[in-house]
Design a protein around this ligand. Structure first.
Ligand SMILES: *Cc1c(COP(=O)(O)O)cnc(C)c1O
Length: 373
């Protein structure tokens, strides 16, 4: 019965690369011919351009998004004996970073409508040891930062925003990452602004904090090369910085395409297909387009049969993963998080996705959801 149908991947960078290949290869050739591969002019150029994109402030290019979070926490003096509140429906690296500085992650539940940090539960989890909060702008959505900023100030907590999935997301026109003490970005290839390898960046409005971050990323050295604090090695390299500078020039157009894809899903999915609620003052960047579905495994089978890629972000919240069993968070302690983990499904969402492909995907999802819940 099957006529050949084209596969729709969950993600593939190659079509986009083909469209900008000449610009990318010229940038790569220029770096390799320049004699400078580490912390040279391309990293400085990219840091300047990315700061401008965010509307001003200080930027420090680092090795990856996990390190960006850890370096921000370390620069803010978060360390052993401190508790850091975050969510469990996030990528594991949010928690890795908290553990890298020796602090203890404390999980708060999420709001069922938005799947983002629940502020009531957040306040309930604050103790005298709480030093910081890491809001996660999951899927490209945005935590209500003005509200969280007030709560954090009242309890004297540092705020490090996990913007790994939310490059380009704004609240009332202001970029996420610029509200807290620091914002951490990832340039992992699948992210909204993806390198062709690893990369990350710390944003802060405070020049003193940026200087500390610059020292930490490079063995703790100051500009003269003296080691003035304990550091690590987490440098953005010149090749990735040059590639990112090219891709940043196309970011506005790629974000517009992601929003076009999301708007098409919004229009074509049946109204009863559940999706996270987005407040009108938030401009979502749609790193992922997520639906909440009953009988998810069955729908995944149908998608696979139709050669449609998908993702699950995330099937197991971090507090239920074996590697973090030492945190002793029992099942049932984060009821909304656990409820969502059984239902979330990420549909293909990237700038190059065609309307035909989206129509095919929506047909499968709508058929599945019509079967009753
Ligand atoms: C991707 C991601 C990270 C980590 O970024 P890397 O560059 O892979 O280290 C952190 N937090 C979230 C929410 C992410 O999606």
């Amino acid at each position: 019965m099957s006529t050949a149908i084209a596969a729709i991947p969950a993600f593939d960078y190659r079509e986009q690369f083909a469209a900008i290949e000449d610009e990318i290869m010229a940038a790569v050739r220029a770096v390799l011919g320049s004699g400078s591969l580490i912390l040279g002019p391309r990293v400085a150029d990219f840091e300047r351009d990315f700061a401008e994109f965010l509307g001003g402030g200080c930027t420090v290019g680092v090795g990856n998004g996990t390190d960006a979070l850890a370096i921000a926490l370390r620069a803010l003096n978060v360390g052993p004996d401190d508790e850091v509140i975050t969510v469990a429906n996030t990528a594991v690296p949010t928690i890795s970073a908290i553990r890298m500085v020796g602090a203890r992650p404390v999980f708060c539940d999420v709001d069922r409508a938005t799947l983002l940090m629940d502020f009531h539960d957040f306040e309930a989890r604050i103790t005298p040891r709480t030093r910081a909060v890491v809001p996660v702008h999951l899927y490209g959505h945005a935590v209500d930062m003005p509200a969280l900023g007030e709560l954090a100030a009242r309890h004297r907590l540092a705020v490090v925003e996990d913007c790994a999935q939310a490059c380009g997301t704004t609240i009332d026109g202001r970029h996420v990452g610029t509200f807290g003490d620091s914002g951490a970005f990832s340039f992992y290839p699948t992210k909204n602004l993806g390198a062709y390898g690893d990369g990350g960046l710390c944003f802060t409005r405070r020049a003193d904090l940026a200087e500390i971050m610059r020292q930490i990323r490079f063995y703790g050295r100051d500009e003269r090369g003296e080691c003035v604090r304990e550091g690590m090695n987490s440098r953005l390299d010149e090749l990735q910085a040059a590639i990112l500078t090219v891709k940043l020039r196309h970011l506005a157009e790629h974000l517009a395409e992601r929003r076009r894809v999301a708007a098409t899903y919004d229009a074509l999915l049946a109204p009863h297909v559940e999706r996270p609620r987005i407040a009108p003052n938030i401009e979502h960047s749609f790193h992922l387009y997520v639906v909440l579905v009953p009988r998810r495994a069955e729908l995944c089978d149908r998608l696979r049969a139709q050669q449609i890629g998908y993702g699950i972000h995330y099937p197991q919240p971090v507090h239920r993963q074996r590697g973090y069993s030492f945190l002793d968070c029992e099942a049932g302690t984060l009821p909304q998080t656990e409820w969502a983990a059984n239902r979330v499904l990420s549909l293909p969402c990237y700038p190059e996705l065609s309307r035909d492909a989206i129509e095919r995907i929506c047909q499968v999802v709508n058929d599945h959801c019509q079967l009753g819940t």
